[in-house]
Write a protein that binds this ligand. Structure first.
Ligand code: BES
Ligand code: MN
Ligand code: ZN
Length: 499
């Protein structure tokens, strides 16, 4: 889909449909919506008076323009209450409107920038999120359908800005939105791929494509290199699988020398059966999404390659399946990790932290200054925060704040969970330095505490995306399946740290 920005009057730019908006509680439409209302002879205000258009969040009303203005149809999308308005509301409204119009057969869509008027947001950010919402909203996850019973698609999405003084900001914002949203959708496709396709080898192939297209450094380690480095955590999880493991390393270098290095480390379990501690079969299919952290890192690295922040970024992905077999690691085993620490295996289903720990050590060896890991790590985090909010934990207030700010700009919800020092007792082992898990209670926190042992003294934040990585059912603004969560937050974090 082509993204355009045009300077002019929204009533004059041709399209199959024009998107305008309305806040809940507004009685007289203003701004662009008011101009369209006038051109249509008060059609919008009439429907408002009749209670058919309310401005309620994500409500839609479709009007036919009968040649009164250039766009064939006008869609009024609700932005909700102005005091609950944020970037998430814009992306939802834009995505809802674009999906609705696609399903009505629209091929070309024009839209005003949501949120720059009464919303009071910076034009660049408002344009960015309007474009993000549309591109993310229009994504379809039906990768392997051979019949096209649902073949509607949008060819062009055009932002129309009437104020020429705002054009520069709106154009830059729209371009940033396009980059971030396309990277998000690329991550969604990787995670939506079934595990028979998206193996560790395929994941590495995708990293190669990203590195070539966006001029990033690339290093791929196989089993032999892992053996010579003694990466016990990653190797022991890989032992049960017939698929060879990979440690994928992408690097972006800032233009200026002497910049610090941010490492983003993504869990790349391409299928999590649980291993010998096998999972119940109900819902096991969703464990193809257990490489969503890896997909987020690949998506973020792609966006970073395009947006060029002034900071070095290292993307590290430990990739393997977690499978049961005669060679699989077993409960009771003691594993020597890459950094030399010893881990007693309580359950082979707590595999994510084993591979992440070695990847974090690898990142620190490569002299990372800050480490952020992203992982579908615990069901306990889903119990705590549900499916819209990512859990974050860390050892450094400043980095936690930076990540929280980035998430806010990205329109992604995060919530900090604690790392209580006294809970370390729960994962004390009698035979080794540490156990790979405790009991169910506080499972997200003990997972975080385990990883903290591998962050050494560097600022580190952990993102648990087990709940936010996928959707069971499509929503008005986005399709079911992988969400591409954390791509935008990570890319924006890199931009912010580079400033
Ligand atoms: N990949 C799972 C976590 C997960 C659960 C992701 C639900 C998405 C949805 C992880 O490897 C896992 O199995 N975690 C265990 C940890 C436990 C054994 C300590 C869990 O959460 O049950
Ligand atoms: Mn597991
Ligand atoms: Zn897992």
């Amino acid at each position: 889909m082509e993204i355009r920005v045009e300077n002019g009057s929204i009533t004059e730019v041709e399209s199959d449909a024009l998107i305008v908006n309305l806040f809940e509680g507004v009685t007289v439409p203003g701004g662009a919506t008011g101009a369209v209302d006038k051109a249509l002879g008060g059609m919008i205000s009439q429907l408002m008076a009749d209670g058919e258009i309310t401005g309620k969040a994500n409500s839609v009303a479709l009007l036919h323009t009968h040649g009164k203005i250039k766009p064939k149809r006008v869609l009024v999308v609700g932005l909700g209450k102005s005091d609950e308005f944020d970037y998430i509301a814009i992306a939802k409204a834009s995505g809802t409107a674009a999906r609705f119009l696609r399903d009505k057969g629209a091929k070309t869509i024009t839209s005003i920038v949501h949120g720059a008027g009464i919303g009071g947001l910076e034009p660049a950010d408002a344009a960015r999120v309007t474009v993000e919402g549309a591109i993310i909203g229009l994504y379809k996850g039906d990768l392997y359908k051979t019949s096209d019973d649902d073949k509607n698609s949008v060819d062009r999405f055009t932002i129309v800005e009437s104020d020429s003084a705002k054009m520069e900001d709106v154009t830059a914002g729209a371009e940033e939105g396009r980059i971030l949203a396309e990277a998000t959708n690329a991550a969604r496709t990787m995670a939506n791929e079934p595990s028979n396709i998206m193996t560790p080898t395929t994941l590495a192939d995708h990293a190669r494509i990203v590195s070539e297209e966006y001029e990033l450094g690339l290093e791929i380690l196989g089993r032999e290199e892992m053996e010579s480095l003694q990466m016990g955590g990653l190797l022991s999880v890989a032992n049960g699988s017939a698929e060879p493991p990979r440690l994928i390393v992408l690097s972006y270098d800032a233009e200026t020398n002497d910049r610090p290095t941010l490492a983003i480390v993504g869990k790349g379990i391409t299928f999590d059966s649980g291993g010998i501690s096998i999972k119940p079969s109900d819902g096991m299919a969703d464990m193809k999404y257990d490489m969503s952290g890896a997909a987020a890192v690949l998506g973020a690295m792609r966006a970073i390659g395009e947006l060029k922040p002034n900071i070095n970024v290292l993307g590290v992905i430990p990739a393997t399946e977690n499978m049961p077999s005669g060679s699989a690691y077993k409960p009771g085993d003691v594993i020597k990790m890459y950094n030399g620490k010893t881990v007693e295996i309580v359950t082979t289903d707590a595999e994510g932290r084993m591979i992440l720990a070695d990847a974090m050590t690898f990142a620190l060896q490569k002299s990372a200054d800050y480490v952020v890991d992203i992982a579908t790590l615990t069901g306990a985090c889903v119990v705590a925060l549900g499916t819209n909010i990512t859990g974050i934990m860390g050892n450094d207030e400043w980095l936690l704040d930076a990540l929280t700010d980035a998430a806010l700009l990205a329109g992604e919800q995060v919530w900090e969970l604690p790392l209580p020092p006294e809970y370390m007792d729960i994962i004390k082992s009698d035979i080794a330095d540490i156990k790979n898990c405790g009991p169910r209670n506080g499972g997200a926190l003990t997972a975080g505490l385990f990883l903290q042992e591998f962050a050494e003294d560097k600022p580190w934040v952990h993102m648990d995306i087990a709940g936010t990585c996928d959707l069971d059912k499509s929503e008005s603004h986005r399709a079911k399946g992988a969400t591409g969560v954390a791509v935008r937050t990570l890319a924006i974090l890199a931009l912010q740290l580079g400033e």
